[in-house]
Design a protein around this ligand. Structure first.
Ligand code: SAH
Length: 236
């Protein structure tokens, strides 16, 4: 496991220490162990999880790494992906992991405690509600999400949390390009600009990363409530 992880990270050009590898594997162990009791993720086999969880999350660092010292928000982090991987590999960043489900947040808080990570915290909440609070709105340098919602809806969850000048990174599957076309007007309305699509360096066109720059604060009418976002995506 350790060799495969180190080889994968090296392929991605992600420099890391022996301690970071150990932390990543300890985290993966806790994820798979807890997954036997609670349904945190669909993937249960170790080597598959190493590739599809740890290395896939690390592709963000290869394609669009957060600037030094960034405040990072991972929306709909679930079992901690990609946020835990970013927190372990980038101790210079302050990483907030948010999820709507309490049991997932409790699991992450215990992992953060066990690993003694000082740059990560898990909070329970829906992104569109957090974005209505002064503490979180127009705040983060770097907002990520993987496997949470279609991009037109996801943009309304995530972009309001980014500060003007910050980045929104969506990790998407093979329909990323199509989703991007449908989300262009939402991205523009929310203060985002010039989206770029990068194929995953590990999975080619099977996965992609969509990078959006936020250039101005999100207008006050967004985000709308979760029900409205899902029923009437902007531009849909
Ligand atoms: N990002 C993880 C989990 C994906 S599953 C991974 O790639 O493995 C989607 C997760 O998003 C679920 O845990 C769900 O609770 C959470 N979620 C969905 N909508 C959300 C919202 N609006 N705000 C916060 N969390 C949300």
């Amino acid at each position: 496991m350790r060799e495969e992880l180190d080889r994968g990270l090296a392929q991605l050009g992600v420099t890391h220490s022996a301690r970071q590898s150990e932390e990543l594997l300890a985290y993966l162990g806790m994820l798979l162990e807890t997954n036997r009791r609670m349904n945190l993720t669909a993937i249960r086999e170790e080597n598959t999880a190493l590739r599809l969880h740890l290395l896939d999350s690390a592709t963000l660092l290869a394609v669009a790494p957060p600037p030094q010292g960034s405040s990072v928000m991972d929306v709909g982090t679930g079992g901690g992906l990609p946020g835990m991987v970013l927190a372990i590999l980038r101790p210079d960043c302050q990483v907030t992991l948010c999820d709507a489900t309490r049991k997932k947040v409790d699991f992450l808080s215990s992992v953060i405690g066990e690993l003694g990570l000082r740059n990560a915290q898990a909070i329970q909440g829906r992104a569109e509600e957090l974005a209505r609070t002064q503490q979180h709105r127009d705040h983060y340098d770097y907002v990520t999400a993987r496997a949470v919602a279609a991009l037109d809806q996801l943009a309304e969850y995530c972009l309001p949390l980014a500060r003007a000048g910050g980045l929104f990174l969506a990790m998407k599957g093979r329909r990323g390009a199509e989703e991007l076309e449908r989300a262009r007007s939402a991205i523009a309305a929310l203060g985002g600009a010039s989206p770029q699509l990068f194929p995953s360096p590990l999975a080619g066109m099977e996965c992609c990363i969509i990078k959006v720059k936020k250039w101005r604060d999100t207008p006050r009418e967004y985000p709308r409530s979760g029900g409205v976002i899902r029923k009437h995506p902007i531009g849909g």
